[in-house]
Design a protein around this ligand. Structure first.
Ligand code: HEM
Length: 147
């Protein structure tokens, strides 16, 4: 990995968000699994993430499985979450939690560190974090003004 974006077979830079370019840039299911493993390890360790860590069960195996599967579909890969757990509406799935700016930022901070550990091209890392901030913001808004 030389830090620049990989090119498609025609030599053009991948357009993240088009087709499954993002899923492929993330390394497919294996890559997403690595990202989510890092994300939850960091959530365990990071002092500012302890409030959101405590919202999760002690055993994170199912949380890990759910987030991995969800992100695969969210990146336009296979719909692995729906396949195992059924349909999901993200803000609704978080509506029972009190998520304000601190909790949103703690979640994004864990993700930022997890992304930084992956061998992603810099433009994909920046794109991914920008895109993840959108549902994070929406989840926070709905938590403040319940559906
Ligand atoms: C805004 C900050 C966020 C916080 C504090 C947060 C926290 C949580 C917590 C505590 C759970 C419940 C875990 C459990 O009971 O097993 C959860 C579930 C989940 N979260 Fe988040 N989350 C946030 C943002 C996000 C974002 C941005 C995404 C996706 C891009 C996401 C995807 C999921 C998924 C797929 C589940 C499983 C839902 C289910 O099956 O019920 N979360 N989250």
């Amino acid at each position: 990995m030389n830090g620049s974006a990989p090119t498609d077979s025609d030599g053009a830079a991948p357009q993240y968000g088009v087709g499954d370019a993002s899923y492929r840039a993330a390394g497919g299911r294996k890559g997403v699994t690595r990202l989510v493993d890092a994300f939850y390890r960091i959530m365990d360790e990071l002092p500012r993430a302890q409030t959101i860590r405590r919202m999760h069960p002690n055993d994170l195996s199912q949380s890990r499985d759910k987030l991995t599967r969800f992100l695969c579909g969210w990146l336009n890969g296979p719909s692995l979450y729906a396949e195992k757990y059924g349909p999901i509406q993200l803000p609704r799935a978080h509506a029972h939690l009190r998520i304000g700016p601190d909790e949103r930022d703690a979640w994004l901070a864990c993700m930022e560190r997890a992304v930084a550990e992956q061998a992603y091209p810099a433009d994909f890392a920046a794109y991914l974090l920008r895109e993840l901030a959108v549902p994070a913001q929406r989840i926070m808004t709905v938590s403040r003004d319940p559906l």
